[in-house]
Design a protein around this ligand. Structure first.
Ligand code: FAD
Length: 603
């Protein structure tokens, strides 16, 4: 069975040393509760819960899957008990507002825990995971009554939430949804329609399930401007607020899928189910975006968590597995062969995983700090800046970390050789589980359009400039620092190129809108690599300073500098290819006619 140790030292490096979380928390209202002792206790207890409670259920959950019997879904053995422990431990309410029964700690702390959950049991993590988004949507857009009825229960974790958007004929293009909401005499609505692929749509972990559902009112305008958001509970709350009468919503079937077998992916049938409007009519998509933005960051963390899990196990295996001798001569002459970690190609795979795990962690924690400021910052200008950066980085966190997460888990299988393909080692499960992260919450293609089209070009490049200026300032400040030149010089060059590439696409797009779509995924990947480059340069600076100061942890800081060097020399050059592909433009993609695509065969 795979093992896992929460990367507490690396987390502390990023939180305390690189991003100065203690000072950040001290400035946030409520953040003063997050004292170093409290943070340590939460990290250590979270690490224990992930390793001792969630990890042992990961492979068995994958093998058992979920069971639908008489309309009720049973999650795999042990999932319900683990969820009870999670609720009793107060984990769901960690970062929620005390007004709704939360503990008011910063969001960033909850995101740190999320990484540990995703590393140890992604399928389980998706049961409470969706609740955060549902709670966010109700917190921002729900009425006082809806908040009192549903939000407190979601915060406590005694009820869980879902996000019901997708229908058989539409996922990306939600303007096409058919689910209907008909007003009733008492101000509620009857919701009728079929939603598919609903994560945690039905299960036995919690006493009630709160569905947030997109549907159309009878007089709604066509397309995405005619979508409204409704809260539809599985059991209608009784006068005391407890689960009462069964509502007209049920799980019709469970999907059989490639990964995350322990999570119930449900077809949900709404048959005149009683629902309540959340936010203004026809503004449902905007309200749902609140949920989706939180969920996108959450999915990025899934990519990170799986990368870390795969790396740890591949590393342990590579230190143990004996095959062949090192090219330069035996490294372990007392053994019949050398451990495979001596081979350059195995090191390439391990370092790729390590760099994406450490780089991804820096990106998540950097973004988490922005989220804290957006939610709780006191200074309006600082909040506005954080909001712009958060908007820019959210599609990068979601899509870049899941793309490289899939690569990293695949490399994990490769390090194990044929054994990686065999179930019992658990490495192939990580690949299967990682595959969905590139799809749900908006595919990589859709995140890329959001980044380039909405965030960058629609702001005339202004949002990007906020970030590239920050990078420029860092590069300028370190210009004369000979120890950092290997990082700062290439970073400054790429940072300037990022702006030029953006301008180039913007110019071409004025004549041909297809240029945006043609460049978008390469642009997103380019942006992701440069962003991690900036963070690795900062990490290297921090590590160099710690080394200069002396102390007992030289090996940790040396490793940080060497990993940054690997990233700059072996991963960052991928930007060259992405830049070339961006510059190739739309023509090579659009030249083929539909018939020419299929010449020689007919389907
Ligand atoms: C396991 C699982 C769990 C899920 N959980 C949930 C859930 O809890 N709630 C929920 O509502 N949904 C959920 N989904 C649905 C998921 O979010 C959608 O599958 C996803 O958004 C893609 O939609 P689609 O499958 O309809 O693909 P389509 O929208 O049909 O897209 C097909 C392909 O076309 C591309 N494409 C489409 N439009 C464009 C465009 N304009 N430009 C460029 N490329 C484009 C896409 O990127 C994709 O590659 C889940 C799905 C799965 C498999």
């Amino acid at each position: 069975m795979p093992d896992y140790q929460a990367p507490l030292r690396d987390l502390r490096f990023v939180m305390d040393e690189m991003l100065d979380y203690p000072a950040h928390y001290a400035r946030l209202p409520g953040g003063e509760e997050a004292t170093p002792d409290v943070v340590s206790a939460i990290l250590e207890e979270g690490a224990r819960f992930a390793r001792e409670v969630l990890l042992p259920l990961n492979q068995s959950g994958d093998q058992q899957g979920c069971l639908l019997e008489g309309g009720e879904v049973k999650a795999p053995k042990g999932f319900k008990e683990a969820y009870q422990q999670y609720v009793e431990g107060g984990w769901p309410s960690l970062a929620a507002d005390p007004v709704h029964g939360g503990q008011g700690l910063p969001h960033s702390l909850a995101m740190v825990l999320n990484e540990m959950v995703c590393s140890t049991n992604l399928a389980w993590g998706m049961y409470p995971g969706l609740s955060h988004g549902a709670a966010d949507a109700l917190r921002h857009h729900g009425t006082d009554e809806q908040q009192a009825t549903y939000l407190t229960k979601l915060v406590e974790g005694v009820w869980t939430g879902t996000m019901c958007l997708t229908e058989p004929h539409c996922g990306t293009d939600l303007g096409l949804i058919k689910t209907r909401a008909v007003p009733t005499a008492d101000g509620a609505y009857e919701i009728t329609g079929t939603k598919i692929f609903i994560s945690a749509g039905e299960h036995d972990l919690a006493e009630n399930i709160v569905h947030l559902v997109l549907a159309k009112l009878p007089d709604a305008p066509e397309g995405s401007k005619g979508i409204s958001l409704f809260v539809v509970p599985k059991f209608l709350p009784d006068a005391e607020g407890n689960p009462g009468e069964r509502n007209g919503v049920a799980c019709g079937s469970l999907e059989h899928k490639m990964g995350i077998h322990g999570n119930a992916t449900c077809v949900m049938n709404f048959d005149a189910a009683r629902g309540f409007l959340v936010g203004p009519p026809n503004k449902g998509l905007a309200c749902m975006f609140t949920m989706m933005n939180a969920a996108r960051l959450g999915v990025g963390i899934q990519g990170l968590g799986l990368t870390e899990a795969s790396f740890q196990n591949a590393l342990a295996y590579a230190r143990d597995r004996l095959q062949m001798r090192a090219l330069s001569g035996p490294q372990a002459p007392e053994k019949p062969a050398d451990p495979i970690i001596v081979h350059p190609d195995v090191r390439r795979m391990l370092l790729t995983q390590k760099a994406f795990a450490e780089g991804g962690r820096m990106l998540v924690l950097y973004t988490a700090q922005l989220l804290d400021i957006v939610e709780h910052g006191q200074d309006a200008a600082e909040r506005e800046r954080a909001e712009t950066l958060l908007g820019l980085l959210t599609p990068i966190v979601k899509a870049f970390l899941t793309e490289v997460g899939f690569e990293a888990t695949n490399e994990g299988v490769q390090v194990f050789g044929g054994h990686g393909f065999i179930q019992e080692w658990g490495m192939e499960q990580l690949v299967r589980d990682a595959r969905i992260t590139r799809l749900y919450e908006g595919t990589t293609g859709i995140q890329a359009l959001d980044l380039l089209g909405r965030k960058v070009l629609m702001s005339q490049g202004e949002s990007l400039k906020v970030f590239t200026k920050e990078i420029h300032k860092f590069c300028k400040a370190e210009e004369g620092n000979a120890e950092l030149a290997e990082f700062v010089a290439p970073l400054a060059k790429l940072n300037a190129e990022w702006g030029e590439l953006t301008m180039g696409i913007g110019m071409k797009a004025m004549n041909d809108r297809e240029e945006v779509g043609a460049a978008s995924v390469d642009y997103l990947m380019y942006s992701g690599y440069v962003t991690l480059g900036y963070l690795f340069a900062r990490a290297a600076k921090q590590a160099r300073e710690a080394l200069a100061a002396g102390g007992e942890e030289a090996a940790f800081y040396e490793a940080k500098v060497k990993t940054a060097r690997f990233y700059f020399q072996r991963l960052l050059p991928r930007t060259l290819a992405h830049a070339r592909m961006i510059q190739a433009g739309a023509e090579p993609l659009m030249a083929l006619t539909s018939e020419e695509f299929g010449l020689g065969f007919e389907i």
